[in-house]
Write a protein that binds this ligand. Structure first.
Ligand code: PLP
Length: 465
């Protein structure tokens, strides 16, 4: 039998990839002040900035778009979506939103009081920002293994159950909920095991707390459970998903990930009173409860996407393509965050270019080289994004990583082979990579807008920049 796991689709509509020359890219990058967030799509050949909203929809989803019902109140597309979500998750209340952070804002507004604590394996950035904006405290309790890129633990998204229990005991009266992010995006798309989800659920309920999911990548998490967790290999991804959703009192979801759509979110709840409050706020900020900030056609595409995402041929291909790229780079000796995660491959930039001091942004240096080499856009997840400006130089982030994120159903194996060559040739001359200086930055979320300038490779590393 053939061993190659093929893309389980053929291409019906194409979109040209911009092809550029190295001199063009040098100019584009300089014009972008050496920050790839400022590049334009037409300057990028392969865009691995994010997997959010960047995937390809299926013919069935486009067909559903055409039959989307744009009725303001009572859209049939809403009832289709509600039926699909209820069938999968068992949730009583299905509330559409325009994207994940809107669900988070509404949930935390109705479920938190100032000073309340949310205990999570790991809060995604927007989740943490919404908790904190509403006066709450977002506490991450991911297992210690997650902090070591070389540790091969199969479920590095797991919550530390001892610490969770200790927190519930010591400040239980302040805790509003336990929230599990599946998969852990910040930590490398690492999954949470079913056993860990069950145990966290049991602890939350023993202490009378709500148990919530951030389900942005639930299907990828379920597939990794099927592949990696003892006793789960004979179950379908859908059975595993049903069991996980069955544990939860509710969930938020960015449908731009495992909803397989370009825009959309969900807030689902079992509690009637909480759902009433959420819907009132939804009307104020998003729209009527049967469309929640989306067009009817978006609801229709989402209903279809949530069905397709649990197709095992799709999931096998999806996780295999991430693993394929991981293995390509691993064979070259590129330092990676291990093991392969669900939606991205992370390069350890501090190891890749150890000659660059952490406060001269080795991750940005690598990202920029990848762009210059092959028109590939990756994203730094390190000191530019999470470091704090200090007196002499930045306080480095915990890790300096470069994330190469895979949009869903968008690139083929030859694109991935090309990516391997691009990373490979930058890796061969890694000793020549040099750091950068920030010339301009904003006090919050600087990574998106910062302006930088490259330092010369010969310049000896100096503090105080
Ligand atoms: C993307 C994401 C969100 C936020 O969703 P948006 O649709 O971008 O607003 C929340 N949690 C996780 C885990 C995510 O990956």
């Amino acid at each position: 039998m053939a061993r190659t796991i093929i893309e389980p689709f053929r291409i019906k509509m194409t979109e040209p990839l911009p092809l550029t020359t190295r001199p063009q890219r040098e100019r584009y990058l300089a014009d972008a002040k050496f920050n790839v967030f400022k590049l334009r799509a037409s300057q990028i050949t392969i865009d691995l900035l994010t997997d959010s909203g960047t995937g390809a929809m299926s013919a069935a989803q486009w067909a559903a778009m055409m039959t989307g019902d744009e009725t303001y109140a009572g859209s049939e597309s809403f009832y289709q979506l509600e039926a699909v979500v209820r069938d999968l998750t068992g949730m009583k209340h299905v509330i559409p939103t325009h994207q994940g952070r809107a669900s988070e804002h509404i949930l935390f507004t109705v479920a938190l009081k100032p000073g309340d604590v949310v205990l999570a394996n790991a809060h995604f950035d927007t989740t943490r920002a919404n908790v904190e904006y509403l006066g709450g405290v977002a506490q991450d309790l991911v297992i210690a293994e997650a902090g070591d890129p070389r540790n091969e633990h199969p479920f590095k998204g797991n919550i530390d159950l001892n610490r969770l229990e200790a927190e519930l005991r010591s400040r239980g009266d302040k805790v509003a909920m336990v929230l599990m992010t599946i998969t852990n995006n910040r930590g490398g798309g690492q999954p949470v095991s079913l056993a860990n989800l069950k145990a966290a659920h049991e602890l939350a309920h023993r202490f009378g707390k709500l148990f919530f999911l951030d389900a942005a990548r639930f299907a990828e998490n379920c597939w990794l459970i099927k592949q990696r967790e003892p006793g789960q290999s004979s179950r379908s991804a859908r059975e595993i998903a049903e069991e996980i959703f069955g544990l939860a009192d509710g969930f938020t979801m960015s449908c731009k990930k495992d909803g397989l759509v370009n825009i959309g979110g969900l807030l689902c709840l079992n509690d009637d009173a909480l759902a009433d409050k959420a819907r009132s706020l939804l009307i104020l900020t998003e729209g009527f409860p049967t469309y929640g900030g989306l067009a009817g056609r978006d609801l229709a595409a989402l209903a279809q996407g949530l069905t397709e995402v649990l197709d095992e041929g799709y999931l096998e291909y999806r996780l295999a393509s991430v693993r394929y790229f991981f293995n390509l780079l691993d064979r070259l000796g590129v330092p990676l965050m291990r093991p392969a995660g669900g939606h991205a491959v992370y390069i350890d930039a501090a190891q890749f270019a150890p000659q660059i001091p952490r406060w001269e942004y080795p991750g940005v240096s690598l990202v920029n080289e990848l762009y210059l080499e092959g028109g590939v856009r990756a994203v730094e997840v390190g000191t530019l994004m999470f470091g704090r400006p200090g007196a002499l130089h930045d306080e480095p982030a915990a890790l300096d990583l470069v994330r190469m994120t895979f949009p869903r159903r968008t690139y083929t194996q030859s694109h991935v082979d090309y990516l391997g060559e691009v990373v490979g040739s930058v890796f061969e001359r890694r000793h020549r990579l040099a750091g950068l200086n920030i010339t301009r930055q904003s006090p919050i979320l600087r990574a998106f807008t910062a302006e930088l300038e490259p330092l010369k490779a010969e310049t000896p590393a100096q503090g105080g920049r």
